[in-house]
Design a protein around this ligand. Structure first.
Ligand SMILES: O=C(O)CCC(=O)C(=O)O
Length: 271
C-alpha cells in the first residue's frame, strides 16, 4: 500500500475534534489474514495466557480482549508500521523534531464484542493524564498517546461502534452525565457523544485524551472485531507491564523493532 501522510484537513479535524477516520486503511488481503487469525484464537478464559499474549478484558462487559496480540501472528506485525497511519502517529504523538523523536506501542489488543457488550466512557481533557494529553504548540503536535482502532467487520448501527465526544480532548469541565466507569455505566445516550461507523478495513485514529468508549452492541447476531494499537512517545512503558518477547523482536524488521523497543537495554558487558 502507498504510504499516507496527514493532510491539512486531517490536521484541522484532528485538532478540532480529536479524531480522524482513515477509510480503506487496511487492504482486503491483510483484512482476511487478520480475520483468519481471529478465527483461530483459542477459547481463552479471562486472565489466561497464550504464549506471551493474555486475555484481559477491560471490564466485565467489554468482551474478549487479547492483549499483546502482536505476539500471536505475522498479520498483527504488519499493523505496527502500517503505511496508512504510521505517518499520522509519527506526526501527532511521535515527539517530532525533538531529541526523543520516535514511537512506542504501549498496548496492542484484539477485541471481540458480542450482543450486550460495551466499553464505558473514559478520558477527556478535564484533569486528563499527561499520557493521553492533546497538545499542539510551537508548530508541532505533542500528544501523549493516539489510538488506532481498525474495524475487521463492518461496524454500523447496533454493532457497538466506538463513540467519541468530539472536542472533549480540550474540555475544561467534567461531563456532568458521564457516569461511573467502575460501575460500567453505558455511554450510548451521553449528550455530545457520536458513534464512529466504520466499514471493515477502515480505521479511526484518536487522541487518548478524547472522551471515548464503546456503545452497546444491540445486534444479536455476529460479533464486532477490532484491533486497538496505542501509539505514544518513545520513552513510554507498557501500561500493564507486558513485554515484547526476544523472538518477536528478533524477527521484526528494524523499523518495526524500533517501535516495540525504541531504546534497547543498555547493560555492562558480560564478564
Ligand atoms: O471498544 C471500543 O470501541 C472503545 C475502546 C476504548 O474505549 C479504548 O480502547 O480505550
Amino acid at each position: 500500500m502507498e504510504p499516507r501522510f496527514p493532510s491539512a484537513l486531517d490536521d484541522f479535524l484532528f485538532d478540532l475534534r480529536g479524531y480522524v477516520i482513515l477509510e480503506n486503511a487496511v487492504a482486503p488481503d491483510l483484512l482476511s489474514d487478520l480475520n483468519a487469525a481471529f478465527d483461530n484464537f483459542p477459547p481463552l478464559k479471562r486472565g489466561e495466557w497464550w504464549n506471551n499474549a493474555q486475555r484481559r478484558d477491560y471490564t466485565d462487559e467489554t468482551g474478549f480482549e487479547l492483549h499483546n496480540v502482536v505476539e500471536t501472528g505475522e498479520p498483527f506485525e504488519r499493523l505496527i508500521d502500517h503505511p496508512s497511519w504510521i505517518n499520522h502517529v509519527r506526526r501527532y504523538c511521535g515527539e517530532e523534531d525533538s531529541y526523543v523523536q520516535g514511537l512506542f506501542i504501549d498496548e496492542c489488543i484484539a477485541s471481540i464484542r458480542t450482543s450486550g457488550g460495551h466499553h464505558p466512557v473514559h478520558s477527556g481533557g478535564y484533569r486528563g493524564a499527561l499520557r493521553g494529553k492533546f497538545q499542539y504548540e510551537h508548530g508541532v503536535f505533542r500528544c501523549g498517546q493516539c489510538n488506532i482502532i481498525v474495524a475487521l467487520t463492518d461496524i454500523g448501527e447496533g454493532d457497538g461502534p466506538t463513540m467519541v465526544i468530539p472536542g472533549s480532548h480540550k474540555s475544561n469541565f467534567t461531563h456532568p452525565l458521564a457516569g461511573d466507569y467502575a460501575k460500567g455505566d453505558r455511554m450510548d445516550d451521553l449528550p455530545g457523544a457520536v458513534p464512529v461507523y466504520l466499514k471493515a478495513g477502515d480505521a479511526v485514529l484518536f487522541v487518548d485524551g478524547i472522551m471515548h468508549g464503546g456503545s452497546s452492541r444491540t445486534n444479536t447476531e455476529g460479533e464486532r472485531r477490532v484491533t486497538i494499537y496505542r501509539y505514544g512517545v518513545s520513552w513510554a512503558a507498557t501500561r500493564f507491564g507486558y513485554e515484547y518477547s526476544q523472538p518477536l523482536l528478533d524477527r521484526l524488521t528494524p523499523e518495526r523493532r524500533k517501535i516495540l523497543q525504541p531504546i534497547a537495554p543498555h547493560r555492562p558487558p558480560k564478564p
